[in-house]
Design a protein around this ligand. Structure first.
Ligand SMILES: O=C([O-])CC(=O)C(=O)O
Ligand SMILES: [Mg+2]
Length: 292
């Protein structure tokens, strides 16, 4: 299967003894940069998917088709394994199954399914969770939707910050029992909370945004955290760079005087220019035949 080795790399991170930071990726360029810099893994957050594809905030307006297509573009551009934030699986448990199928064929190495009630319900100002039983059903549907057994499926909960740490533990135990490959937590605020969760479970742990107190890869690794997210600064950096450049041009600066542009070497690397040109010479110039 074409994407197996990517999935096996993600699996080896999960089964290893260390904790890594993934690169935040959202398009063909950002994934190639993350790959070139040596990140072992890319994280494709729902927030950056919404921003890159729609220019939207993270309010679940993006469709599964749009998410999967963006993943497919990244899979084509790079072999870096990518963990996709598949939100709530784009509907009920049946939709979760479909989501897994689409992201699998789009080349994701792994994906998370969370138990947040999405999109936000009418009249609710605070984030709500679906019942634990429905969450369990979604995890089972996700596992059932996978046809490549190496695709990594993670059960995700934000309960620690929405209900309580006890609820997060209860949900984690229930998701673990479904056979998911790892547990993904957001909203963990302290070492005590992480340790409570780590001692109640046995699967590898992935941490979404974490406070200062939870810094330190060695400490995280000692609590079975194998992947720790660092937010999505690259897309904010890219936005600032585009803003500064367009502003300078709009204010009359000559293109030659612009600061902070990628060098031609970096652009060529990001485009994989030498490989594309070599291929182009192979298949186009030879076709011109003896009269060229
Ligand atoms: O998974 C992540 O990267 C954090 C998250 O939920 C998002 O960015 O949408
Ligand atoms: Mg998200």
């Amino acid at each position: 299967m074409a994407f197996r080795s990517r999935r096996e790399k993600l699996r080896s991170i999960l089964s290893g003894g260390t904790c890594v930071h993934p690169g935040s990726v959202y398009d063909a360029i950002s994934i190639r940069i993350a790959e070139d810099l040596g990140f072992p893994l890319g994280m494709f957050g729902g927030s950056v998917a919404s921003l890159a594809v729609l220019g939207d905030p993270d309010v679940t307006l993006i469709t599964l088709t749009e998410l999967a297509e963006q993943m497919r573009r990244m899979s084509r551009a790079s072999a870096l394994p990518v963990l996709v934030d598949a939100d709530h699986g784009y509907g009920n448990a049946l939709n979760v199954r479909r989501t897994v199928q689409e992201l699998e064929t789009a080349g994701a190495a792994g994906l998370t399914i969370e138990d947040t009630l999405l999109p936000a319900a009418f009249g609710e100002t605070k984030t709500q969770l679906i019942p634990l039983e429905e969450g369990v059903g979604k995890m089972k549907a996700a596992l059932d939707g996978r046809s490549d057994p190496t695709l990594v499926i993670m059960g995700r909960t934000g309960a620690a910050a929405i209900t309580s740490i006890e609820d997060a533990v209860r949900r984690a135990e229930a998701y673990e029992a479904t056979g998911v490959d790892a547990l993904f937590f957001t909203g963990i605020k302290s070492r005590t909370e992480l340790e409570t969760i780590a001692s109640a479970t046995r699967l590898p742990i992935v941490l979404g945004g974490a406070p200062e107190e939870l810094n330190g890869l060695d400490y995280l690794a000692s609590q079975r955290v194998r992947i720790a997210l660092q937010g999505h600064a690259p897309i904010a950096a890219a936005t600032q760079a585009v803003y500064e450049t367009q502003k300078a041009l709009r204010e009359g600066m000559a293109p030659k005087s612009l600061k902070g542009l990628a060098s031609s070497e970096l652009m060529a690397r990001v485009m994989r220019e030498s490989a594309v040109k070599a291929r182009s010479a192979d298949v186009l110039e030879q076709n011109l035949g003896p009269n060229k």
